[in-house]
Design a binder for this molecule. Sequence first.
Ligand code: PLP
Length: 405
Amino acid sequence: MIKIRVGDIQLGPEEKKELQDVIDTSRLSEGPKTAIFEKLWAEFIGTKHCIAVNSGTSALIAGLYALLYDTRFPKFKKGAKVITTPLTYVATSNAIVLAGLEPVYVDVDPRTFALNIQQVEDLLKSSDPDEYCAILPVHLMGYMNDMPAICSIAKKYDLVVFEDAAQAHGSILEGKKAGTWGLLADYSFYIAHNVQAGEMGAVVTSDDRLRELVVQVKANGRFCKCRTCTRSKGYCPHHDDDFEPRFTHEFIGFNFKISEFQSAIAIPQVKRIGQIIADRQHNVKHLNELLDSFKTRLDLPMYSPDISYLAYPLIIKDPSINRHKLMLDLEKAGIETRTLFGCIPTQQPSYSGYKSRYNGRLPNAEYVGTHGIYIGCHQYLKQDDIEYIAATISKILITNSLRGA
Ligand SMILES: Cc1ncc(COP(=O)(O)O)c(C=O)c1O
């Protein structure tokens, strides 16, 4: 039986109260709860706007489409290139491709999974920078990319910075949160993330025009730029116009709207996010202390009070440790595991068309893709659970070395 999940959620009295409110008012589609969530998340991150959408994937797609529709960014056109990471959950690349753009991969740092800045510079120097429209770094596991360097390269080559902060709810670099460095950023509130709502995402930006465009894109490109329609409250900016703003569409978009239930679940968690982040940090620190003697065989996650951890990543260094076997042994002991995503262009079947172009060019991403795993470090784990995880890993590794295999 699974005892230690990668992600867990326990709906407490605050979540239940918020959910009951939704039931009592019968307002199921986006409304006041979503407005509260958006305000709280924007305040927490430190941006002017937050636009809730139905997943992190949708947040990426909505953000990219908003940029494609924004006439201030003429480099954003079909076929334009986006520099991004090969090592991430596949949604990042999928969104780029689905927006008609081309992902261009550079390798990552094997410990922080951050983009290799030198390779980004070299790529832009050796190609036509006008073909590129954006850099889209991913703050994987909560570790942040070198954002000052990325922003300065982007400025030099006139590129938009779009941060995928899906896994970095509240990570900080040089006093600034993930999601505030770029022009816009996406988050996921899928299970296992610090704040979770089952399925939900958000775009944040401090740019007023982008906010309007994302609001439109998530509602099938409708003319009305209000967060939710204000007509029922007797107000509409297009009240006197001779068209119906909800059913007049300025461009082609999607339905990425959410339900009030998702906001109701997320609101209490955003209110206590400081504690959630601290609990996860405590778990990572404690596990690192308990596993310290295995440091030569496994790369343990780096600890910093500035990192908001998605999970507890481990990279196998000792060639005698078989990843598959380690994962099976952990699962048998009730500890859920995941691989560290894999290198998208060379290890993901859905990107097989990219394989020959990138073969041998992304060694760190491939190494992490074949040697990395992660387990949970979430806020619902107790001291006993942490000790159980450490004791189980120790037992597996010691038995493994005694067997000499
Ligand atoms: C880095 C990254 N980007 C995007 C996403 C997509 O989010 P969702 O699963 O909510 O669509 C995820 C999901 O975990 C993610 O980890």
